[in-house]
Design a protein. Structure first.
Lengths: 295, 299, 366
């Protein structure tokens, strides 16, 4: 797994092969054409939001009549974005911290031990990721409301932990597996107890993996709509949920101010993404598949 | 400490447990297990029992209600009609592109990075962008009109296609990156070996690479399908939530948060989970028929 | 934690989910001894070492340090040092910090930690590499760090798990001498696991040969070299010629046996009767090629394969009756040559064979 801060393994540049790949084979052109078409549309999707958020008014023309930044100020006030962003950050930090605290020890046990029922335990951890959030989100929200835990921040944090803890476990397990268990044995033979092994030997070695897991959980939590939507109260909405509400209530508010809010959300996600990509491989944002193991 | 006396039965138990690999380190699992049981298994079971305790009628009456009402029953079909083709398209389109890009070339990391963007943006923002971009006065229709490909704007939002596109935009990069990582997990020397044995590129792909890739494709399909199956915000925002994109998650949401009928909402959620698991089970059963061991590469 | 005068393993067994890896190991280790656990891969030698270290819980039996039972203690409280096959150095710590780790765990005063670390560094001659990380060292240097780390806190017992198997041939010989030197100068009690019989013979005071989790023989290097207890041990100790045959005559310790039409005289190891199935074992270097005048155990054979091995040649020859022989000689021979061979009857060992001596059916002749 390429979860370290190192760049991917460097290989001597193979210029002749690269030349040949771009050579004009029809199949290659079709493939690249599809990719370019996809990217153009993606660009259109993002840019139209961006342009619109700066446009004074934009009806039935290629570009808006004039440009202004006033929508941002309006969105900031109308949607109380400051408090929403604070809530989003609080929720994310809590979810990241708690999921690491719960998930890493479990990942360690799963990576190092084999015991009866291990497959079952693994399946239980896998299910929250395999299930659509709405499926378990509705019963979960019902239970949380029953105990008075939903409709406020604790509910949002608890609900977001449900996929995050398994996610940490699944990200960290292969990472721990690739650390030679004999290093821990060596530490114990030197007289270190379990706690010391964890703090002095394992943690320094796991820092890259923990960082990667943390950043992945952060990105997922900020972007998680369904679970937050089902458990949030008026004071505990994260940015993405607030965005949804403002969108489904559009018509009341100007389109552009919703766009401005979307841009704020986008830039927040992009900042996170840029930070994340310093530590993890793009593929890891998608799944726990090992992309380019290092050795 | 002495070997005789009260120490014996304890040591005996320790020996028995040691043989099965059980020792103190397994305590590390406990917090996560407690957590998953309390916040996933218990709510799920709670929802399951709740679904058998409808506000009126016998234990199965909520399920009967769902299946007897064509408007409700139809949501399953609507969801599958959106999710299955979208997942299939995403996986199938990803294979040739990933196959072509699996080597190393300049800008590969840039391509993969750009592909990650829609995943991190999430469905809500994608929906907003699609509304602007594909709408009747959006750039897409303007280009079509300007190039005289169409005479009047094509309707691509607030219907099936809007939801479908939103699933492709978020789902395709997801599928692509997964397939790419599975492909780079296959030892490239296998294809070179096949070439020395006289196989042309088509046969190298169909006889060597594809069979090794199939399990990965099945997994990718499952994960992409899960994403597509739970489509909720885009069905509301870019779809037609009262009609052709009234997906099952929307039905469940409306039952819970608009009609406050939690037993019925739970019943729908259970049906939803069941349908999804059936499809995944079918795909995984098919997957188990392929070779799933090491693919020799760096994966 | 303190030194002991005797360490006793009593029926130590380890099973993995119904699969026995080590069965009833009884062994007494005296202070200062160098013991080698020897056997082919999968024989249970590493399992035994890990059980002794405390890294693997026992599934039966007990371990006693003098009168104290220690198999219930976690590894960090047994006070043993261990050298691992993969070295298992802490990759994030410098050479100095790696070596000092065990002392720091024991909360020794800073000054003493510094002094003893420096001493250990000098002992393994790594003074100029103190501030490097393990990744910057060569295999041999890493190995020396691993050894220094294991001995620096003066453990009552040092365990070594195939410490030389990752090194190239030249370095392996050097490190072997180094380990023996350390053992002698520090007087450490050592248990050493290896699959290399030559290594075990040259290092250990006493050898324990294991096979399929069971002890086959415990003895001095000389005993193992000249008189393996059964043909499995013989096979492992370099008796490359193993012929299946039948006993035709018994005169006390001298037996006559027939294998592939050849009548051979040898020494009986174990209980043999006329007519019993037997395995005949000879080392390649004990077959003489200049056996022209010899009357006992004379064989005439045709050379089939010859390998050049420096001063000597290793060759395969076959008698007219079909008996395949592995031999070593300084004589120049070539494939197709007819040779007269002879074996000293004292060097030809005859072992009982048959179902009782063969847990699973495997060919004795190779």
């Amino acid at each position: 797994m390429a979860t370290t801060t190192e760049a991917p393994p460097i290989r001597p540049p193979d210029t002749t092969r690269r030349r040949r790949r771009i050579a004009a084979r029809p199949a290659a052109w079709i493939v690249w054409g599809v990719v370019v078409f996809f990217f153009l549309n993606l660009l259109g999707v993002v840019a139209s939001v961006l342009v619109s958020s700066f446009g004074q008014s934009w009806f039935d023309t290629w570009l808006p009549d004039g440009y202004t930044t006033s929508w941002y100020a309006r969105a900031w006030d109308e949607f109380a974005l400051l408090s929403v962003i604070v809530v989003t950050l609080e929720v994310s930090v809590l979810v990241v911290g708690l999921s690491l605290l719960i998930g890493v020890p479990a990942a360690y046990a799963l990576a190092r031990r084999s015991f009866p029922g291990k497959r079952l335990v693994f399946l239980v951890f896998l299910l929250p990721i395999l299930m659509p959030p709405i499926t378990y989100g509705i019963p979960l929200a019902t239970v949380l409301y029953k105990f008075g835990l939903a409709g406020n921040m604790s509910g949002v944090v608890l609900a977001n932990l449900v996929p995050s803890v398994p996610f940490v476990i699944l990200t960290m397990t292969p990472f721990i597996e690739q650390i030679d268990p004999r290093i821990e044995s060596a530490a114990r033979m030197c007289g270190a107890g379990l706690r010391t092994v964890f703090l002095r030997v394992l943690t320094p070695l796991l820092v890259p993996g923990i960082l990667a897991a943390a950043i992945l959980v952060l990105v997922r939590t900020v972007g998680m709509f369904e679970l937050t939507f089902l458990t949030a109260g008026p004071d505990s909405q994260t940015l993405v949920v607030a965005l949804y509400y403002s969108m489904s209530a559009s018509g009341i508010r100007a389109q552009q101010s919703v766009d401005a809010m979307a841009v704020i959300y986008t830039s927040m996600m992009l900042v996170l993404l840029v930070v994340a990509l310093r530590y993890v491989n793009p593929t890891q944002l998608v799944a726990q598949v090992k992309d380019e193991p290092e050795h | 400490m002495s070997g005789a006396g009260p120490d014996r039965p304890l040591a005996h138990w320790r020996h028995r447990l040691a043989e099965r690999g059980v020792d103190r380190q397994l305590w590390l699992l406990v917090p996560a297990l407690v957590f998953v049981v309390a916040l996933f298994v218990y709510p799920f079971c709670y929802g399951l029992t709740l679904s058998f305790q409808p506000t009126n009628g016998g234990p199965f009456s909520d399920y009967a209600r769902f299946f007897s009402d064509a408007y409700e029953r139809g949501t399953i079909w609507i969801t599958l009609r959106i999710a299955l083709p979208a997942a299939l398209l995403n996986v199938l389109a990803a294979v040739p592109i990933a196959y072509r890009m699996r080597g190393r070339f300049r800008g590969k990391r840039l391509v993969t990075t750009v592909l990650v963007v829609p995943i991190t943006l999430g469905t809500v923002l994608t929906a907003q962008g699609l509304l602007n971009f594909l709408g009747p006065t959006g750039w897409f229709n303007r280009i079509l009109l300007a190039t005289h490909l169409v005479d009047e704007p094509v309707r691509l939002t607030h219907n099936y296609w809007g939801v479908f596109f939103s699933l492709v935009i978020t789902g395709f990069p997801f599928a692509f990156l997964l397939v790419l990582s599975y492909l780079s997990g296959i030892d490239p020397t296998l294809e070179r070996a096949a070439a020395t044995l006289g196989a042309d590129w088509r046969r190298r792909f169909t006889q060597v690479t594809l069979p090794l890739l199939m399990p990965g494709l099945a997994t990718t399909f499952c994960l992409t399908f899960v994403l597509a199956f739970s489509v909720f915000p885009s069905a509301v925002l870019v779809g037609n939530p009262a009609g052709e994109t009234r997906v099952i998650s929307l039905a469940a949401y409306q039952a819970a948060y608009e009609r406050y009928d939690y037993p019925y909402a739970s019943a729908i959620a259970m049906i939803m989970g069941f349908v999804e698991l059936v499809i995944i089970a079918v795909v995984l059963a098919a997957r188990s028929r392929f070779y799933t061991g090491s693919t020799g590469g760096k994966g | 934690m303190s030194a002991f005068s005797r360490l006793r393993l009593d029926g130590v067994s380890r099973r993995f989910g119904g699969q026995a890896a080590l069965t009833e190991l009884d062994l007494t280790i005296e202070a200062g001894e160098f013991i080698a656990l020897l056997g082919p891969s999968g024989c249970g030698k590493s399992t035994a070492l890990n059980c002794l270290a405390g890294l693997l819980p026992l599934t039966a039996g007990s371990i006693w340090q003098d009168e104290r039972r220690i198999d219930t203690l976690p590894p960090e409280r047994r006070g043993f040092g261990m050298v691992f096959q993969s070295y298992a150095l802490f990759p994030h710590l410098t050479v100095r910090a790696n070596i000092a780790f065990g002392l720091r765990m024991r909360r020794l005063p800073k000054e003493e930690t510094r002094r003893r670390t420096a001493e250990a560094l000098r002992l393994v001659r790594l003074e100029e590499h103190v501030d490097k990380l393990p990744g910057q060292l060569s295999g041999g240097q890493q190995q020396r760090v691993a050894i220094a780390r294991a001995v620096v806190f003066e453990p009552s017992l040092v365990l070594m798990d195939e410490p030389l198997s990752n090194l190239d041939a030249k370095l392996r010989l050097e490190m072997r001498t180094e380990i023996r030197r350390l053992h002698q100068s520090l007087g450490l009690t050592t248990v050493y696991v290896t699959h290399d019989q030559e290594e075990a013979l040259s290092l250990a005071d006493r050898l324990v040969v294991l096979r399929e989790g069971r002890v086959q023989q415990v003895g001095s290097p000389r005993e193992l070299h000249t008189r393996p207890a059964n043909w499995h041990v013989a096979d492992f100790m370099g008796y490359r010629n193993l012929w299946r045959g039948r006993v035709t005559r018994v005169d006390d310790a001298v037996v006559t046996a027939e294998s592939a039409g050849q009548r051979l005289l040898g020494e009986a190891v174990g209980d043999l009767r006329t007519g019993a199935e037997a395995v005949l074992a000879v080392r390649p270097e004990d077959i003489r090629v200049d056996g022209a005048g010899e009357t006992r155990n004379a064989l005439s054979a045709t050379v089939e394969v010859v390998e050049y091995q420096g001063r000597e040649l290793a060759a395969e020859a076959r008698t007219d009756t079909g008996l395949l022989l592995h031999l070593r000689t300084e004589r120049r021979i070539a494939p197709g040559d007819q040779v007269k061979l002879a074996v000293d009857p004292r060097r030809l060992l005859v072992y009982p064979d048959g179902p009782a001596h063969r847990p699973e059916d495997q060919g004795a002749t190779r």
